[in-house]
Design a protein around this ligand. Sequence first.
Ligand SMILES: NC(=O)c1ccc[n+]([C@@H]2O[C@H](COP(=O)([O-])OP(=O)(O)OC[C@H]3O[C@@H](n4cnc5c(N)ncnc54)[C@H](OP(=O)(O)O)[C@@H]3O)[C@@H](O)[C@H]2O)c1
Length: 331
Amino acid sequence: MISREIQLASRLTGMPTADNFSLVQREVGPPHDQQVLVRNLFISVDPYMRGRMNEEKSYAPPFALHQALEGGAVGEVIESRDMEFNVGDLVTSNFGWREYFIASPKELHPVSRENQPPSVYLGALGMTGMTAWAGLQLGEVKAGDVVYISGAAGAVGNVAGQLAKLRGCRVIGSAGSMAKVAFLRGECKFDVAFDYKIGPVIEQLKLEAPDGIDVYFDNVGGDALEAALSALRVGGRIVACGGISGYNAEKPKPGPTNLFNVITKRLTMKGLLVRDWLEQQSEFELEMGDYLRTGKVKNKETVVVGIDHAVSAFLGLFPGTNIGKMVVKVA
Ligand SMILES: NC(=O)c1ccc[n+]([C@@H]2O[C@H](COP(=O)([O-])OP(=O)(O)OC[C@H]3O[C@@H](n4cnc5c(N)ncnc54)[C@H](OP(=O)(O)O)[C@@H]3O)[C@@H](O)[C@H]2O)c1
């Protein structure tokens, strides 16, 4: 069987371009005993992958050059030589960026076909949804809190906001276009949303939260973090989830100029890594599955079609062409 896959052709500095990647054909299979052949249906492209394209280790090792990239994927078993899996089973894996692959059962996570579309396992019911869920626990978010979320219209941000609303919070989001602001206010029921590109974050945040905020869910770093440090009340919490505003910087950017607020306001800043929460995955899946079935949380996604467009989907994360989870429909 011929499978197309995306490989990293060269190491990155600064903003990635299509030339850093190549689309390669490779022969796959057949599976041996205790192996399964899977056809990917949807693959995930995520900002954290940018860090793995550098030479240095981020929180995961760098991607190897001239080999298929790795990443989240949901697919169906099309041939099985293992008792655990049958043809037609739906599975998630880390074998993204390719059409077909062979895996051993321990590399696959079976999921139900009941939740539709299957790409929900890459979004609200997958890694990004779990990041949002875990982040609210890490930030000890409770009813009555005023929560500000940056990167709010993205995969993690929109779910974090929907969950914070369900927990009884007042939710403020920032995102990069008026269409995203409308999505946050309309579909996600944020109390307030603003476009960070039309004016300084600090001014817009102070206007929307004149009495301050209790929690900042940081997806972007930079100006948004600085604004939040100013807006946080005494005892406020920061959930440090991501810093996409700096992912393509060629030199590290200086940190916030107002970090002294941590002292004066006794703030807490906690780093979040979703993989630390894997023991609670079943608990997360139960709670989120229920929210999705009952319509309390909506899974929003931007779907790009074709493995040959996976690179442009990934590159689109930086100018923000996605609303909700960016996924690539492969089959
Ligand atoms: N710690 C963890 O375990 C963990 C797990 C998953 C994700 N993350 C992090 O969480 C963040 C969100 O991830 P995601 O998967 O949900 O991605 P996403 O938000 O769906 O996509 C990225 C978004 O970032 C925004 N963006 C790009 N450049 C920006 C800039 N310079 N300033 C402000 N916003 C910018 C864009 O939206 P706009 O149009 O609004 O600019 C874009 O849509 C990322 O930083 C990611 O690395 C962390």
